[in-house]
Design a protein. Structure first.
Length: 217
């Protein structure tokens, strides 16, 4: 298939790939993956593409296989505390998120950003859910998102903390050993203390970073 230069090219491409009418569409990202998203009279259609716009995978999710679909303004995969700077807030203001969950799948976040010649692409999630609200109104709702996310066990968090601390201790010990006076004994103490701080901060955030990278969870 050819390049997608505008929203009409995208609609035609998805229509050809799905074999159905495309009633709303947009160009999004699922974590690090580019994905064309369209809604047909019976399904949510996803086409994952490469940087050269070659089709890598297509997925057709029947409405019956969906637990819910919802559109929100901004980037729903990133916690609010990580959007405190001006750049993040500006980016968030021109972004929309399509949230959905398959009956047997994970919570999915597909992000849509403003793009030239793509008919306010950040509003694509709302156009998709507008159609669904008329065709399958029972699908369009937002449940308790925290209950839909993968649960974090204390044991898992402690294991991540131990692993991160161990790895960072080795790295910081070598670094401080080269930079500080006082020998490797002092370097190991400072390295361990620093690693404890970084481990304590980063271990609980691993699922968040994983969600931001993969778009799922």
């Amino acid at each position: 298939m050819g390049k997608v230069k505008n929203s009409e090219d995208l609609r035609i491409r998805l229509q050809q790939a799905s074999g159905e009418d495309i009633l709303a569409s947009g160009w999004g990202t699922l974590g690090m993956k580019n994905v064309f998203v369209g809604v047909t009279p019976s399904a949510l259609f996803l086409e994952f593409i490469s940087f050269t716009m070659k089709s890598k995978e297509v997925k057709r999710i029947l409405f019956e296989d969906l637990e819910f679909v919802y559109a929100v303004a901004g980037d729903a995969s990133t916690p609010k505390l990580m959007k405190m700077n001006i750049e993040a807030r500006i980016t968030d203001s021109i972004t929309g998120t399509l949230l959905f969950k398959e009956n047997m799948g994970k919570l999915t976040h597909i992000l849509f950003r403003k793009m030239p010649r793509h008919d306010d692409n950040s509003r694509a999630p709302f156009r998709i859910t507008e159609f669904l609200a008329s065709a399958k109104p029972e699908l369009v709702h937002l449940p308790d998102i925290s209950a839909k996310r993968e649960p974090q066990s204390k044991g898992g968090c402690l294991r991540r903390f131990a692993l991160i601390t161990l790895v960072l201790t080795a790295i910081f010990t070598i670094l401080f050993g080269l930079l500080l006076e006082g020998g490797w004994g002092k370097a190991s103490m400072v390295g361990f203390s620093t690693a404890l701080v970084f481990g304590g901060i980063s271990a609980p955030l691993v699922p968040v970073f994983k969600r931001m990278i993969t778009g799922r969870g």
